[in-house]
Write a protein that binds this ligand. Sequence first.
Ligand code: 13P
Length: 249
Amino acid sequence: MSRKHIIIGNWKMYKNMEDTKIFLNQFSKLIKGKVIKCDYGIAASYTNLPVLKLNQFHNLIIAAQNCHYEPEGAFTGEVSIKMLKDINVSHVVIGHSERRMYFTETNEAINKKLHALFNANMIPVLCCGESDSEYEAKKTNDIIKNQILLALAGIKSQHVTKLIIAYEPIWAIGTGKTASAVEAQTVCKMIRDYITELYDENTAQKVRIQYGGSVKPENIKSFLEQPDIDGALVGGASLQAESFLGLLV
Ligand code: 13P
C-alpha cells in the first residue's frame, strides 16, 4: 500500500504575525516552479492561523497545536474545533509530549479530543513517544502501545484510517539527537502492527505514521526511505522557509 508522505512543521510557540507573513512570502517565492510530491503543512499558534489562512497558497495544510473537546462553554483560555474550522484549519496536533509534560494533558483528554475531531471531520495528528529513562529501560513499546490504546478507545476504524500518528521520542526533541532511521522504523512498524491487532490490516495500512525529533533537510530522506515512516513532524528545522522547503522531499 502506498501512502502519501506528509510533512508538518510544528512551530510551537515561535513567530508572531509579522514573522509568519515574512515566512510565507519567502516560502512562496522559493516554492515557485517546484514540484512537491508530499502533503505538507504548518502547525502554528492560534494567533498565526488567520495569517496562514489569508496568505494560504495551494495545498498548504493549516494545523493547530491543540483544541478543546467541548463544542463551547465556560472554558476560559480554550479554543473550540468550530472556531478552528472557521479559519480553514483541517488538522490538529494532539497529545504532543510538551502538552503532556507541561500542561498535564491526559490520555483521557486526548481520547475526547480525537472523538470530537473525527466527529467534526478534522484530522488529528496524534503524538506518542517515550522519555529518555523509558527508552533506557527498554519500555518504548509498552509506553507507546498504552498511549495508543487509551487515545483510540471507542474510535471507529473508518476514522482511524484517516488518522496521522507522530512517533516522537522525547529524548530526540530539540536535542539534535535522533533515533536512527532503523530504530524509528522499528517503532513505527510496531505501531502499525498494534493498529492491526486493535483493528485490522486494511485499517493499519491506511494510517500515516510520522517520525519526529531533530529531523532536518540533511537527515529526512533516511527516515522517509523506511517502509513504515510516512512523513515527519518537524520543530526547529521548519521555522525557516528555506529549511522547511528542504524537508519537502
Ligand atoms: P524538533 O524537530 O525541534 O526536534 O522538534 C520535534 C517536535 O517536537 C515536533 O513536534
